[in-house]
Design a protein. Structure first.
Length: 169
């Protein structure tokens, strides 16, 4: 009996359980870079009395006209309770309003107030500055290569989530 698909090529062995130093771990380095980006953005946005847990949801809401509490929590990879607490603080500051859906009472839509939009508009220039600083000695080609490599890693990771098909005979 023959299989309808060719066997997959062996995966390269960049890491092993016995040798995994953090300074060479892609995951560790990406986490450290993200922490640095977040810390620098936080420092600049703190002048607007915003923390990471507040400016990131504001920014994400500003990008979409149809944001719900549940979709925002999923997008930011946080639990709904933590998202609700962050939104409570943003609402208390007069930056966000929540409106219950008229068709499904379980759905809560989010919108920025005019003041919330003004604050959200301050995020992109800060993020651009922070990201450009982190990439300051990269060439344009290196930046594009980094983006391509990270996208490939995302595709590879997404493939791990897909159920593997088995040939039934």
């Amino acid at each position: 009996m023959t299989s309808s698909s060719a066997p997959s090529a062996p995966r390269p062995g960049f890491y092993s359980a016995g040798h995994l130093p953090p300074e060479d771990s892609v995951g560790y380095l990406m986490r450290k870079v993200m922490s640095s980006i977040r810390t620098q953005a936080d420092a600049q946005l703190s002048t607007h009395d915003l923390t990471y847990a507040q400016w990131l949801p504001l920014f994400k809401i500003s990008l979409s006209a149809n944001t719900t509490v549940a979709s925002l929590a999923r997008d930011l990879e946080t639990d709904p309770a933590a998202m609700t607490r962050a939104l409570d603080r943003l609402e208390a500051k007069g930056l966000v309003v929540r409106e219950r859906s008229t068709t499904d009472r379980r759905v809560v839509q989010l919108a920025l107030t005019p003041e919330g939009q003004a604050v959200a508009d301050k995020v992109p220039p800060v993020l651009a500055d922070v990201l450009n600083t982190h990439l300051s000695d990269f060439t344009h080609d290196e930046w594009q290569l980094l983006l391509r490599l990270l996208r490939r890693m995302l595709v590879n990771g997404e493939a791990l989530r897909q159920p593997r098909s088995t040939d039934a005979d």
